[in-house]
Design a protein around this ligand. Sequence first.
Ligand SMILES: [Zn+2]
Length: 451
Amino acid sequence: MVSVKEEKKRIDYLLERDNVTDKQLDAVYQEALAGLQEVIGDFYINYSVDGTLNSVDLSRKVTRKDLELLRRQYAKLPDDMEIPESKRADVYVAQGNINLSGLLAGMIGLVMLAAALRSKKIVQRNRKTAVREEISYQSKNMGNLSKNKKRRFKRENKALSEPNYKPNGDVSYIPWQDRLLANSDQAVNRINIKVNKVINQGMTGQDVNGKLFPSSPTQSVNTNLRNEVTAIDYKLKRIARTEAARLEDEVTESRFKTEKVKWFDWVTEPGACKKCINLFYDGPYEVGAPDSPRIPDDSHPNCRCRRIPSDYVDDEDISSKALLAGMVSANSKSPKNEDSSDDEEFKFQTNEIKSAIIGLETSDGIMISNISKHLVERTIQRDRDVSTMIDALVNPLEISPTRYTDGKPSKRYCGAVTTVVINPDTGNVITTHPTRRNIRKRHGVYQDEDK
Ligand SMILES: [Zn+2]
């Protein structure tokens, strides 16, 4: 099984890979910025009157010669545009044919469209790399599966990197290409608004650098085009990273299903946000359950957290396996936690829990008589507080009916934080686990997550 430590190394690697992609996108937008500077600079030289560019002068019709400027930008677009992209190019060309003011807007649109198309290729290449590398990473960690199963796993997941892939059954998913173009459109609008602001006041040669392209992001904020380019660059980096993470998570899910993994844990990236830290604490989660969190839709864009198989066994598994097998051999060690076998700690925790809960009466009148070794292990392993167990027993959100597995009864007390499983006949506490989110949501105790 993959350890949390190994998975964190994987996260580090992915963050490094993201940085490489970020640099590629930075280069595209540095070039776009230079393109804007050139287009606006040339336009100023060609159409300023007595050193000033005025909006009234820009309402005149364009000549063949004027259109040469537009054609030069159009020629920089790739030949393999898809329909939404070539439609945009057509719009910018049509705009450029109206008058001089439209000519400038059309050229700005074409510069930014060329950058969007180059970014799109970078994002798509990144998606492909993400899927290829994730398949190989997950295959390495998969247990003894038949060759056929492994082969099918690889084949099916390869299809994820197709540009038009849609996540299974997610109706709210907007294709990344559409989001990329929409973000670029917004940038074009904002740039044009800023340019017109300067032209409407009469743009001088100094204004080109002073107002539109100042060297610092805090200068001329209302008309600063560098900031717009930085913003769209950032948005595209976020798309690249988020879409890679989404596909990696899909491959992970597919691996869980291929291997019939039942529970998974959330592994946070370095410096994870509160939302993700809470996702970590709320685990483990059931694989494939509708309320089990996924990346990025249940975390956030840019999220680099990961999911790994959990060594958690739920109470059904316990009653059928561990409980019947005498459950707690003295040698049973959790693979996750090397320190819990430490005798001192174990004795200490055993006494702590015993003194806290033995003799306690549950809300439905069962006297707690003893605790299992397994319970102590779980408590140490997950660093749970005994008070949350007491709360579950005395003040449960809900109590499951008694369940029998091979004649052994178990009953589950779901508290606001912790769930405790007991044998209702003997009063022995079998195990504990975090109360699942769906139960907490049902009882309205899910809101105060952000502390
Ligand atoms: Zn995260």
